[in-house]
Design a protein around this ligand. Sequence first.
Ligand code: ATP
Ligand code: MG
Length: 428
Amino acid sequence: MKIKAINGFKDILPDEVHRWQRIEACARDIFQRFGLREIRLPILEKTELFARSIGETTDIVEKEMYTFPDKGITMRPEATASLLRAFIEHSLHLQRPVQRLFTIGPMFRHERPQKGRLRQFHQIDAEIIGAQEPQVDAELMAMGQMLLTELGLTASLEINSLGCPDCRPDFREKLVRYLEEKEEGLCEDCRRRRTTNPLRVLDCKKATCRALVQNAPSILDSLCAPCREHFQAVQKNLDLLGVTYKLNRFMVRGLDYYTRTTFEFIASGLGAQSAVGAGGRYDGLIHQLGGPGLPGIGFAMGMERLVLLMESTDSEQQALDREIDIFAAALGQEAMEFATPLIHALRKLSVRAAMDYSGRSLKAQMKQAGRLNAAYTLIIGEQELAEKKAILRNMDTQEQTSFSLEGDTKELAGILAKTCMETARSES
Ligand code: ATP
Ligand code: MG
């Protein structure tokens, strides 16, 4: 019986991994420009943390968490709750008044797997804690936009405000009243949400529900004065930064902790899973989790969706990656014993070097060098060894030169390393 990976859990194979590395490197680079520092967090947390932050009546907590009930622990479905738990636990606000943090890693949700939706997926998560100014909201969104742009991707930014505990209850009531009249036409989920989590109805993906809420009251009309001013200032600052955006009054987000600004980066070409990233402000959450009364804002990008987008926009065939600088094709026992320490010495000099120990034919070894896209192959047979002259073949130009084997391993490695470095430099 063959054992396969669990449904919704995916291997990231060596041929795909360069995209993941590129995304991570790009995120680290850009986030640093914005003053964010990395934090690494555990994957398991107490179940209560998610129930209290994300919300008992959200889809995530109600039905999507991987929980070990006997142990009271859960595999994190998102990063913000864990990050804030760590922030509070270590009193990070005492170190600096505004903490700018990011984390990268796997998240777990028991959802129906499909394109761009997995049960183990990966997020890049950025959070700014301790600042309530609308400039920060705009700055964070601009940072997300910069990441997408530098990855060569296009996504549109949609924004909304969810108000605050002062103005949202009013809106909620208005909405409940509106939905009461429309109950008949709502899907089963939304009939339940209508009382437990009515704002979520606005966000339902079903066409019938979408049509029904078109004339629902808009939260943007219900904002209290401070929330309205904040949201206006966010828009002004997005303009200042040259970030284009669209208002979307139906955007609600599936986590209860959001206040004021919420946003999503929407890409075309991902089908139903069109959100590559999403986030918002959570001004009451840190206090709610037992920490100081500090505001915060953050977003998470879905790495699987970024990868899908990169694949769909990589128009020209990716140039074959150079995996190896030099491959030693050694023929016979003696040549092999000559080449083995030479390869090791090259690796010490930061050269990507390889050889084959199986005693295959020259033809087979050349094929192997080609598969690795080696820049050079050093061919050493019995005759070459006797004459102290190997053949150095440039695999791109197919030009062959004689390479003197006079000198010790270290000297020979030094000369070869120099050749390889020069070639690598001229290529980049
Ligand atoms: P969706 O609308 O796809 O359900 P969400 O609102 O649940 O997303 P968040 O919890 O805000 O998403 O997570 C932020 C980002 O993480 C999403 O925009 C998406 O790119 C990614 N993401 C969320 N859930 C998954 C999943 N199951 N598989 C892959 N990526 C996901
Ligand atoms: Mg979801």
